[in-house]
Design a protein around this ligand. Structure first.
Ligand SMILES: [Zn+2]
Ligand SMILES: [Zn+2]
Length: 255
């Protein structure tokens, strides 16, 4: 039986800034037999419908950290799951975040009076290390951004995808991204406007080069990144495929 490619959909390539070109962070991954979301920033639930993924198909959501531009669509996602009208979810939903996620979620649950708690819901905390789930493994590593921030490496069918989440430079990211087929890496500003806790184009180049990632998807782009065309600089310095993330872009990983 011929297997399908792994399909990555960029739901949001931007940040917290309202920007017509880029919504807040979110990525959907269609693996051979499961559907995974990486982050759930504002607008991502609606964007799932734009890329043809029924939100009720999602098996796992992994949160890179608790900032609103990465988590705020949990509310419409879960509200829609609980009140899904004629369609019903026939399977469990697992949402994963770093240590502290259970108390983060119970505050949301309280604020929303239980409306965001469907029967299928499992709230789980993930630590550094590797877990085997369904048809993939996931490895989490802490990143220098905020207390709850993690980067992830997902492996399935011999292919690997790494998502940095929001992060400053770290050697452990290079190790996590070693030989990855796809590296989704944040880049939030220009070299001369470095913001602590985020990456600049030079740091993206260093991580991409040293990890030997095969395809580099540059994302989490503030408007200034487009105004100053940071992608050109990154492309010039790397001799692998560099893709600028765009909302609704699909990337295929052949298996
Ligand atoms: Zn962010
Ligand atoms: Zn953040």
């Amino acid at each position: 039986m011929k297997k399908n490619d792994i399909r990555l959909f960029i739901l949001g390539s931007g940040t917290c800034i309202p920007y017509e070109r880029r919504g807040s962070s979110g990525y959907a991954l269609k693996l051979p037999s499961s559907t995974v979301l990486l982050d759930c920033g504002n607008g991502t639930t609606w964007k799932l419908s734009k890329v043809g993924i029924n939100y009720l198909e999602v098996d796992h959501i992994f949160l890179s950290h608790f900032h609103p531009d990465h988590t705020s669509d949990l509310i419409p996602f879960l509200f829609a799951t609980r009140y899904s009208y004629r369609e019903r979810r026939g399977k469990p939903l697992f949402i994963w975040g770093a240590k502290g996620f259970r108390s983060f979620f119970s505050a949301l649950e309280k604020a929303y009076n239980g409306w965001i708690v469907p029967d299928c819901l499992n709230i789980l905390e993930i630590e550094e290390g590797t877990l085997k789930l369904d048809d993939f493994t996931i490895t989490a590593r802490k990143t220098p951004h905020i207390e709850s921030s993690l980067a992830y490496r997902i492996e399935s069918e011999g292919k690997s995808l790494v998502y940095t989440g929001d992060t400053d430079f770290s050697e452990s990211l290079i190790e996590l991204a070693k030989d990855a087929d796809v590296l989704i890496i944040e880049c939030s500003s220009t070299d001369d406007l470095k913001v602590k806790g985020h990456l600049t184009p030079s740091e993206v180049v260093k991580i991409a080069r040293e990890s030997k990632a095969k395809r580099v998807v540059v994302s989490h782009l503030y408007p200034i990144c487009d105004e100053r065309n940071i992608i050109e600089k990154i492309k010039q310095e790397l001799d692998v495929d560099v893709v600028v993330a765009e909302d609704l872009l699909e990337i295929r990983i052949p298996i």
